[in-house]
Each structure stands twice: as structure tokens, then as C-alpha cells.
Design a protein around this ligand. Structure first.
Ligand code: FES
Length: 173
């Protein structure tokens, strides 16, 4: 799979425009909104179920790239040397994360993992602890790497959603 250098910013620009609109809308309509019954919150519309790989084929240190949540996003599936938050399979060691760095969207190309720590990101040297939900532990990023939620069904690992908002995407309802 050919990796992009950085994610397209079209979504980020759309997000900025949408933020401005939402701010104006919220100010003007706040009083009226109180009286309106709201619908139950929807799940992130980026969330959907996609088969990634057979669990048995994911060895420790191996990476399986897949497109998620859109065809423009690259994620990876791997098996860590120890149990991980959100991990699936025996020992809860199989995890998946987006390759897009949460700092400025650089695609983390070189997947070096030492004791479940990924990095550094090639742009500004951030590192992320994959056993702790992608927690940012050093570098310029101020947010965690976005984890892909997983489930296993009949020996196959599925992506079912995201544990955060990926860089460049807007939350849409
Ligand atoms: S884009 Fe990764 S640390 Fe800046």
C-alpha cells in the first residue's frame, strides 16, 4: 500500500468553516434549542465495521495495513509483546491505530515499536504508547494516537470504530 505523506487537508478546512457556522448558530439559537427535544447522540459517522485480517495471521511485530475509516486513511494492525488497553485476542495483545499523527497529520511511515512504544513520528519526533491506548509520551503531539476499536468474530479481526477523532476529519452527525 502506497502511503501518503500527509493526510488531505480538505476535511480540516471544512472543519474550520463548519466551526464558524456552528458558533454563529449556537449563539443565535441557544434559547430556542432549550425547548427543542434533541435526538439521541449518534455514534461517530466514521465508525463502521470492516474485516481486517485473520487473527492467526497477525504475528508479534508484524503489521497489517488497512484503509480506515475512509479510503484516504491508513491504519495498521499489530500484535504487541504485552497486554494492551483495547487489545483483543489471547492476552489482549492485538491492537490497531491510525498512522496519522495527531500533531499535524504526518503519516507515521516507519513503524518502529519497542516495548509497545511506537515512534518517533518522522515530522516532530512524537512517540506513543500503544499498550495505553496510544498515549502520547514525548514529542510535539498533545493528543494521543487514534486507536481503532476491534472485535473478533469467528477468527477474523474487525475494525468497528475509533476511540478519537482522526486528524483532518470533522465530527458530522
Ligand atoms: S506530525 Fe507527528 S510529531 Fe508533528
Amino acid at each position: 500500500m502506497k502511503l501518503p505523506t500527509r493526510l488531505p487537508i480538505a476535511n480540516a478546512q471544512r472543519f474550520q468553516r463548519r466551526r464558524g457556522f456552528l458558533k454563529a448558530f449556537a449563539t443565535a439559537g441557544a434559547a430556542a434549542a432549550v425547548a427543542i427535544k434533541t435526538k439521541p447522540a449518534r455514534a461517530n459517522c466514521l465508525d463502521h465495521r470492516v474485516a481486517i485480517a485473520e487473527l492467526a495471521s497477525v504475528g508479534e511485530g508484524a503489521f497489517v495495513d488497512f484503509e480506515y475509516p475512509t479510503a484516504s486513511d491508513v491504519a495498521f494492525l499489530t500484535r504487541l509483546p504485552r497486554a494492551a488497553r483495547g487489545g483483543v485476542g489471547p492476552g489482549q495483545r492485538v491492537v490497531a491505530f491510525l498512522r496519522a499523527c495527531p500533531h499535524m497529520g504526518c503519516v507515521i511511515r516507519d513503524l518502529k515499536i519497542e516495548d509497545a512504544v511506537l515512534g518517533p513520528c518522522g515530522c516532530h519526533r512524537s512517540r506513543f504508547d500503544l499498550a495505553r491506548g496510544g498515549r502520547q509520551i514525548v514529542g510535539r503531539a498533545s493528543q494521543d494516537l487514534v486507536q481503532v476499536l476491534l472485535e473478533i468474530d469467528d477468527g477474523v479481526v474487525y475494525a468497528t470504530g475509533l476511540a478519537g477523532l482522526p486528524y483532518g476529519h470533522a465530527m458530522e452527525g
